[in-house]
Design a protein around this ligand. Structure first.
Ligand code: NAD
Length: 526
């Protein structure tokens, strides 16, 4: 399924190699280039694909290179050539360039947010947040340029010194999804650079413009040629060429669990380091002592923010039977009142979904939900096609109630504006339901009982946990990532991300002037 999707563009048609269209908006669209070794260049084939606005597919945001293995090879060569110069630049100097990048992002925040809404649909408030996350990540991580702490530790022999320092990994491949098209690239790019690595980055085919904006800002900030290289294009071609390139020592991937598995296998085959951030099926537990209005507000924001297309989306709501009726009534009322439309319109609450393939997948899950025995479609469920919605990918905010924990809509990642309300009789029952999915990204509990909150905090096997707040809204200085099928044990953001983009080197300095054998020589007290 993941394979088939990759060949599709936002209008649901194969786009590889297509470079023109009859619509006037499309013919006037700007053509963008790859960034390789400090130059903006066409794809070797000269082919481009169209980046369409999901709120109105008559609007072509731009044309971007369809990159092939040949383009990736050139980008990797440039990254390798730049590596020694960049890694030898003292980290505080590298960080100075990144602080300048932060300033450029601040100056352009509004424009970048507008570009992002146009290419991927979420409302302007949220795309502003996406750019802000890149800004926060840049300032926070650039600060590491004056830390990048290692440690010293006593050696077991006299007149011997022991310490550990971080060294860069080398040239890295970064592969990113479309739902946070500037924030997620920045989570990878900035720590990679501060640690002294050079990179080749490939954004998702649905959102190349936001990564272009980020890379262009790197150029303006003075990142030397070859340190950051951008190739746009499709997963099976450009993405696979990055994943399989023998000179890329590390692949940092965010996307679906299905694609992550392909990336991980390719990396295992060639002994490359691989960090994966993948899917989620996140949960809010609502207890009978919760502030119900607050819980409903959190559920609406978590389930329908970014049209439910967040890895941390609140796609399951496990609600105590004593407050079930009251909670679902308010939830359904508020979900039904959300205004769906073009995210560029400030009066709109929820934008479109990303492309035709997403519409197909989400509507397929709604049909599955309607067929599941006992589940009730309490609101939404339809694609919106008339008037202002005629040329975009709009789906109503959808709530299923009376869902059983093992139903497909309660187990599989839908990645759309659909949430499933599951009744529970106890906290223990809720925790069991909450943990019983293949993913382990984010979970939340609404309760006024501190003991219950701490108990759930301890029992939930997820990478992120919230008390009296929704499952979305991570901050950049805390580690981000998940357990089980969500990840492979790494964490982005925080200082933990440095462990992805650097490797430890243990250094022993023996100043005794004689051979000292660890584990063998007896040390007598003096
Ligand atoms: P996706 O897996 O379809 O694509 C992600 C990236 O991988 C894209 O750049 C794509 O071109 C590339 N790709 C596709 N096939 C490839 C291949 N064979 N080899 C190499 N690269 C390939 O994911 P998506 O639809 O862009 O994003 C949605 C998914 O991402 C959801 O599952 C969501 O939960 C997940 N996600 C996870 C996090 C997280 O931090 N855990 C954050 C955001 C999104």
């Amino acid at each position: 399924m993941a394979q088939a999707k990759k060949a599709l563009s936002k209008n649901g048609k194969k786009q590889q190699g297509r470079s023109s269209s009859s619509s006037p908006a499309r013919t006037s669209a700007k053509t963008y280039y790859n960034y390789i070794g400090g130059s903006w260049v066409k794809a070797a084939s000269g082919e481009t694909f169209e980046n369409l606005n999901p709120a109105d597919t008559r609007d072509c945001v731009g044309r971007f290179p369809v990159s092939s293995e040949e383009d990736v090879n050139r980008a990797v060569d440039a990254a390798r050539e730049a590596f020694n110069g960049w890694r030898r630049m003292p980290a505080p100097r590298r960080a100075e360039i990144l602080f300048r990048l932060g300033e450029i992002l601040i100056r352009n925040k509004e424009r970048f947010a507008q570009d992002m809404t146009r290419e991927m649909g979420k409302v302007l408030k949220e795309t502003g947040g996406d750019v802000q996350e890149a800004i926060d990540c840049t300032y926070y991580t650039a600060g590491e340029g004056r830390r990048l702490h290692g440690f010293t530790t006593p050696a077991e022999m006299p007149d011997k010194f022991a310490m550990c320092v971080r060294q860069p990994v080398g040239s890295c491949g970064l592969i990113t999804p479309w739902n946070f098209p500037m924030a997620i690239p920045s989570w990878k790019l900035i720590p990679a650079l501060v640690c002294g690595n050079t990179v080749v980055i490939k954004p998702a085919e649905d959102t190349p413009l936001s990564t272009y904006n980020l890379v262009k800002a790197c150029e303006e900030a003075g990142v030397p040629p070859g340190v950051v290289n951008l190739v746009t294009g499709f997963g099976e071609t450009a993405g696979a060429a990055i994943t399989n390139h023998p000179a890329l020592r590390l692949i940092s991937f965010t996307g679906s669990t299905e694609t992550g598995r392909i990336v991980a296998s390719a990396c295992a085959d060639r002994n490359a380091i691989c960090s994966l951030e993948m899917g989620g099926k996140n949960v809010i537990i609502v207890m009978d002592d919760a502030d119900i209005d607050l819980a409903v507000e959190g559920a609406i924001w978590g389930a329908f923010g970014t049209s439910g297309q967040r890895c941390t989306a609140s796609s399951r709501l496990v609600v105590h039977k004593k407050v079930y009726k009251q909670f679902t009534k308010k939830l359904v009322e508020q979900a039904a009142s959300l205004r769906v439309g073009d995210g560029a319109n400030p009066n709109v609450d929820m934008g479109p979904v990303i492309n035709a393939d997403a519409v197909h997948k989400i509507m397929g899950y709604i049909e599955i939900g309607e067929r599941e025995d006992g589940a009730r479609l309490a609101c939404g469920g339809k694609r919106l096609t008339g008037g202002e919605h005629a040329n975009g990918y709009f789906i109503e905010p959808t709530v299923f109630t009376d869902v059983a924990p093992d139903m497909r809509i309660a187990q599989e990642e839908i990645f759309g504006p659909v949430t499933a309300v599951i009744p529970t009789a106890s906290l223990e029952g809720a925790i069991e339901i909450a943990n019983n999915v293949r993913y382990g990204l984010s979970a939340a509990i609404y309760t006024s009982d501190v003991n219950r909150a701490f108990h759930a905090m301890n029992e939930m096997y997820t990478g992120i946990f919230y008390v009296n707040a929704s499952t979305i809204g991570a901050e950049v200085h805390l580690p981000f990532g998940g357990t089980k099928a969500t990840g492979n044990g790494h964490r982005e953001a925080g200082t933990q991300v440095l462990d992805i983009f650097s490797e430890w080197k243990s250094i022993y300095v023996d100043y005794s002037g004689k051979l000292q054998r660890a584990q063998i020589d007896a040390i007598e007290p003096q």
